[in-house]
Design a protein around this ligand. Structure first.
Ligand code: SF4
Ligand code: SF4
Length: 272
């Protein structure tokens, strides 16, 4: 058991209060034995990544939290067992005294969560605001989030969230056993607009069926009042999209979401 973080991507609007709060808490503040002061530039112990997906005009922006994953089987601990340790509550700490001069630790973290402090000559990272946790408070990033997108607490407090969560880097999850759990991470979308080119109008209420050519799975939706259709959170796959509407010939279009989100653009239907 022990402490974990949960980040709900669906609640984050990218305000970056959490990022600023980390600076506020750690720049010029010495929280030894957990951390020496963070420099005011060059380090982001937590960071909100902005992801822009799709093609104009169907574009979505999303925000993903990056931070130390306080791994259950931490590569940084394996690289320097004399200088990196786990507290009883699960937080992974780079000891600022014992890690002095150990620049190689920056490379030991596969998540890019360890930074080098040139002035103090120490590797540094998120401590989970251990000094606040010890005082019975929340990590500052959790405390300031206006949308309650970041949670922190005992693992047993979040059974449903942990069951529904996915790791930030799936291919590393089994190795590192990260203890930051992510909900609703962005997935691919497949979108388009259905039009009647002869009438120069959009077609509303058209039935749109997307067949996953890799698995055979089928999704359906209808065009909205603007003639648009969206399939959200779809697999990375090759698709055949069928469009049907009363009085029109059915049309099929192929599209791929293997490499990126896909806006198919206008799909013209012609009267039958
Ligand atoms: S403070 Fe909350 S809503 Fe704002 S960027 Fe951070 S996680 Fe997202
Ligand atoms: S995310 Fe990196 S710094 Fe944090 S515990 Fe895992 S290996 Fe260590």
């Amino acid at each position: 058991m022990g402490k974990v973080f949960v980040f709900d991507h669906a609640k984050c609007n990218g305000c970056r209060n959490c990022q600023i709060a980390c600076k506020d808490e750690h720049v010029d503040n010495d929280w030894s034995p957990w951390a020496k002061p963070q420099p005011d530039t060059g380090q982001f112990w937590n960071r909100i990544e902005e992801r822009v997906c799709g093609q104009v005009p169907k574009v979505k922006v999303s925000y993903v939290l990056h931070m130390c994953q306080h791994c259950g089987d931490a590569p940084c601990m394996a690289a320097a067992p004399d200088a990196v340790y786990r507290r009883d509550d699960g937080l992974v700490i780079v000891d600022p005294e014992k890690a002095k001069g150990r620049r190689e630790l920056v490379e030991a973290c596969p998540y890019g969560a360890i930074f080098w402090n040139e002035e103090l000559e120490i590797p540094q990272k998120c401590t989970g605001c251990a000094h606040l946790v010890d005082a019975g408070e929340m990590p500052h990033c959790v405390d300031v989030c206006p949308h309650e997108a970041i949670w922190f607490g005992e693992e047993g407090e979040f059974p449903a969230e942990i069951a529904a969560a996915e790791p930030l880097v799936p291919e590393r999850a089994a190795v590192d056993k990260p203890r930051v759990y992510y909900l609703n991470l962005p997935k691919r979308f497949l979108a388009g607009i259905v039009i009647d080119p002869e009438a120069d109008e959009v077609i509303t209420g058209a039935k749109v069926t997307a067949e996953n050519l890799d698995t055979g799975d089928v999704l359906t939706t209808e065009t909205d009042e603007f003639g648009d259709f969206w399939f959200l959170r779809v697999a990375e796959a090759s698709w055949r999209v069928y469009v049907e509407a009363d009085g029109y010939l059915t049309r099929a279009v192929d599209a791929s979401t293997v490499d990126e989100d896909r806006n198919i653009g206008p799909i013209g239907l012609y009267e039958s």
